[in-house]
Design a protein around this ligand. Structure first.
Ligand SMILES: [Zn+2]
Length: 123
């Protein structure tokens, strides 16, 4: 969407929407990384893989977070490139470090994330 936004001036002034940590604390997050750089708000299975949504802290703006969405395939590959509003994602069009970070957090903590511990069948 937003393909019909006039090109030029507005694009140069792009600033991403960021969230403060205090806002995230009030959010119904389901998982938080130990260093508090990543908060997950949703995760689950879809036909293409595992979807994951959450907030990843900005390196250049500590305490501020980007909203990030990623789809991760069965071999831990990114499906569809992911979504992030940061400058590098918008300017270069490639998956940024925030998308890669949320993917890594999901892969490493899969068993501790509600909705993703589906491999267990006992009980
Ligand atoms: Zn990003």
């Amino acid at each position: 969407m937003a393909e019909n936004v006039s090109k030029g001036a507005q694009y140069a002034k792009y600033t991403p929407d960021l969230f403060e940590r205090s806002e995230l604390s009030e959010f119904p997050w389901i998982f938080r990384s130990r260093d508090k750089k990543v908060y997950l708000v949703a995760a689950g299975k879809a036909s293409e893989g595992t979807y994951i949504k959450g907030f990843v802290e900005s390196d250049s703006r500590p305490g501020m977070y980007h909203y990030v969405v990623a789809m991760v395939g069965s071999h831990h590959e990114l499906v569809g490139g992911g979504f992030c509003e940061c400058e590098s994602r918008v300017y270069y069009g490639k998956p940024c470090k925030h998308i890669l970070k949320i993917r890594n957090i999901m892969v490493k903590n899969r068993s501790g994330i509600p909705g993703l511990d589906l491999a267990r069948k006992e009980g």
